[in-house]
Design a protein around this ligand. Structure first.
Ligand code: HEM
Length: 164
């Protein structure tokens, strides 16, 4: 009797651990850096009027410059972009509820993201050799610009995938 109670306890514990891991992988529950990363992008959204951004479309993706005159916001932009570069490289998804973000992470292996610091922010070259992934990158860059323009209202939206 005692043994079967222990077995039930162990199996409950294991199933909790496995379902939490599955959720974290899907970007649902959040991994270890999830809270920190969302605090950073929320800070950016709260200060979006202090952010300037320029997006240049390229045949193979985008070149973006995102900057601020406030040194504190410059630091947060850099922190966010370096954290997101890590998420793309290690495939640690975030914001998977939004189809566009889900597609970006599903194709993360074919995305190349180079970050250079500028005086007041970052210059990002985000490219791919896959034509459809180029479309995803370009659509995502527009959404980042919309985050700056419309703030949380834009974050609450689900963004449609570009046509193939
Ligand atoms: C004002 C708010 C924000 C700013 C200024 C910002 C800025 C950036 C920049 C500069 C990049 C590099 C790629 C590019 O330039 O297009 C980037 C990438 C990324 N951001 Fe943000 N972001 C903001 C909000 C958010 C939010 C709200 C989320 C998620 C909920 C998010 C998730 C991501 C992800 C996943 C990437 C990497 C994916 C990729 O570049 O394809 N960002 N962000």
């Amino acid at each position: 009797m005692e043994r079967s109670f222990r077995q039930v306890l162990i199996s409950m514990l294991l199933s909790t651990i496995f379902s939490s891991l599955a959720l974290a992988q899907q970007g649902g529950l959040g991994d270890a850096s999830h809270q920190k990363d969302s605090a950073t992008y929320r800070h950016l959204l709260d200060n979006r009027s202090a952010i300037k951004r320029n997006v240049i479309m390229r045949e193979d993706g985008v070149e973006t410059i995102t900057e601020s005159d406030s040194p504190e916001i410059t630091a947060k932009i850099r922190e966010h972009v370096h954290a997101m570069k890590g998420r793309i490289e290690d495939i640690r998804p975030i914001h998977m509820r939004d189809p566009l973000f889900a597609a970006i992470f599903e194709n993360a292996q074919t995305i190349n993201l180079e970050v250079q610091n500028t005086d007041r922010g970052v210059r990002v070259m985000e490219t791919s050799t896959h034509p459809y992934v180029v479309k995803l990158i370009q659509e995502h860059a527009k959404v980042v610009s919309n985050f700056i323009q419309y703030g949380y209202e834009e974050v609450r939206k689900n963004h449609e995938l570009p046509t193939r």
